[in-house]
Design a protein around this ligand. Structure first.
Ligand code: C5P
Length: 227
């Protein structure tokens, strides 16, 4: 039997990462942060000095990506690229914008597909991204589309980045989030849209615990775990 998969899609800053991590932690399930894969490719491209529009070069990087998702001794996330810790580096807005640009290329998305599907291992997987429910795990028994107003998402990202990416301002972040939303929603392949069978949750004004609780109830109702 295929392991159960819960997909959590939505725009940047909607809280997908936080909710997915909390849910995976509570269930003891695996976690796929698919955005990190796109960020890793963009980051590697920047490091190697690839031109921003070098599709073949970035696709080759995606095919041969030597990455590792793990945890430090204190439990915090550790992401490595060719054995080097890039956990912070891939979270910069430059890597995010680069990721959004290269993610519009179908051949690059295909190059990352099997790698993402391989995360579905027992006892189960929480998959966080943009097309988890529509493309990567179309038969997942629970699909969430998490959204929040652009203002709230920019503010969350700002709080997240403060201290890590010193050059950020809230106004610039709002503009970048709007640009990224536009590109993610209008690209011809795997655009950011809720799956037909997704449950849409608006997290504006809700706490992390409140959103996790809603997802928990939904999974319980569908028999994915004991309520
Ligand atoms: O979620 P995160 O902000 O890390 O993702 C970075 C970018 O990667 C997104 O703006 C999006 O363009 C792209 N992405 C995607 N499909 C996914 C995950 C991320 O296209 N499943």
């Amino acid at each position: 039997m295929n392991p159960a998969v819960v997909t959590i899609d939505g725009p940047s800053g909607a809280g997908k990462g936080t909710i997915s991590r909390a849910l995976a932690g509570r269930l003891g399930w695996h976690l796929l942060d698919s955005g990190a894969l796109y960020r890793l490719v963009a980051f590697a491209g920047l490091q190697q000095g690839l031109a921003a529009d070098d599709r073949a070069g970035h696709t080759r990087l995606a095919q041969a990506l030597d990455s590792r998702f793990g945890a430090r001794a204190d439990g915090t996330e550790l992401i490595e690229l060719q054995g080097v810790d890039v956990t912070q580096g891939i979270r910069s807005e430059a890597s995010g914008m680069g990721a959004s640009r290269i993610a519009a290329w179908p051949e690059l998305r295909s190059a990352l597909l099997a790698r993402q599907q391989a995360f579905a291992q027992p006892p189960g997987l929480v998959a966080d991204g943009r097309d988890m429910g529509t493309v990567v795990f179309p038969t997942a028994p629970l699909k969430i589309f998490l959204m929040a107003t652009p203002e709230e998402r920019a503010l969350r990202r700002y709080k997240q980045l403060k201290g890590k990416d010193s050059g950020v301002s809230l106004a610039a972040l709002s503009r970048e989030i709007a640009a990224r939303d536009r590109r993610d929603a209008t690209r011809p392949v795997a655009p950011l849209v809720p799956a037909g069978d997704a449950v849409v949750i608006d997290s504006t004004g809700l706490s992390v615990a409140e959103v996790v609780e809603r997802v928990w109830r939904l999974g319980g109702e569908r028999g994915l775990w004991q309520k």
